[in-house]
Design a protein around this ligand. Structure first.
Ligand code: PDD
Length: 285
């Protein structure tokens, strides 16, 4: 496949950066994952706004304006289409603080950010029928990451360790709760529950990433007259929910049928999920 590195498009296998890059040494950077289907990106405005605010939060100058980012994305999609014929293409963008000559924690003066992009195949858009969708099982753990989870930082060790817990339990993801027993998000997704036909998702704060899929879903549900509330809920609420869903750019809205070995609802994908994915597909572009 073809990658983007500091202004050039080149084969991914030829894209090289220095081991002195602060992205490598410190995880000092911001990233985005943007889904595209048949060359149409989903949530581009939201992804660009989040990239901009993440870079600003860690004092890295945004190397490109929105038009330039859109052009890079379009070129990556076009150049990679022959390698990913399904047309379900995820675009990864990564801006690190750049490469320094020494390893010193403070921000160096006068280094240019390293900008990297590559393309990879994502799952096709979710099917509309609940009998055709992959149902997820998840683990449940206290969030042991940091207190700035709203920043889409490339320092992902905390997320990696939480995700790995799920893998070691033979499931697909790990839902996280804070020390007060409130659900926040999952290691790489946002979380929704359904109770009595009302959809709930935790409100945005420093404990979770403001997911673009989450925000598109909230708008799509409102338009489709699905009742939705941003409010905190507990581990008990999660385990006693009628339905549980995850959302992310690579998964859209994914139904969860088991948490920590316990069945959710009747253990099958629910009818509200079917309504939700239809609403999401009707609205996402
Ligand atoms: N993960 N929460 C976390 C911790 C995430 O890493 C992600 C995305 C989300 C969902 O955000 P969005 O809807 O904008 O994708 C929530 C990406 C896809 C990843 O790291 O691969």
């Amino acid at each position: 496949t073809i990658a983007f590195l500091n202004g050039d498009f080149l084969p991914l296998s030829e894209a090289k950066i220095s081991p002195m890059d602060r992205g490598f040494l410190f995880g000092d950077g911001i990233y985005e994952v943007i889904p595209t289907y048949q060359a149409k990106p989903v949530g581009m405005k939201g992804h660009m706004a989040r990239l901009k605010s993440g870079l600003s939060a860690i004092s890295i100058t945004n190397p490109y304006d929105e038009t330039q980012w859109r052009d890079i994305l379009a070129t990556l999609v076009e150049k990679n289409s022959p390698y990913i014929p399904s047309g379900n293409i995820g675009i990864y963008f990564h801006v690190s603080r750049g490469t320094d000559s020494k390893r010193f924690h403070a921000f160096p003066d006068n280094i240019a950010p390293t900008v990297f992009g590559f393309a990879f195949e994502i799952a096709p858009a979710q099917p509309l029928n609940k009998h055709d969708v992959k149902a997820f099982k998840v683990a449940l753990e206290e969030d042991k990451r940091w207190q700035r989870c709203h920043i889409k930082s490339t320092s992902l060790l905390g997320n990696v360790l939480h995700f790995q817990t799920g893998v070691e339990q033979g499931v697909n993801e790990t839902i996280l709760h804070n020390s007060a027993g409130e659900i926040t998000e999952a290691s790489s997704c946002n979380v929704f529950i359904v109770k009595n036909n009302v959809v709930y998702t935790p409100p945005l704060d420093n404990q979770l990433l403001p997911g673009i899929t989450r925000s598109i879903a909230l708008e799509a549900f409102t338009r489709a007259s699905i009742e939705v509330e941003e409010s905190r809920f507990s581990i008990d609420d999660l385990l006693n929910a009628d339905e549980v869903w995850l959302s992310s750019s690579s998964k859209e809205i994914a139904p969860v049928v088991e948490v920590n070995g316990m069945a959710i609802g009747d253990g099958n994908v629910g009818d509200m999920w079917q309504k939700a994915i239809k609403a999401y597909h009707d609205y996402k572009f």
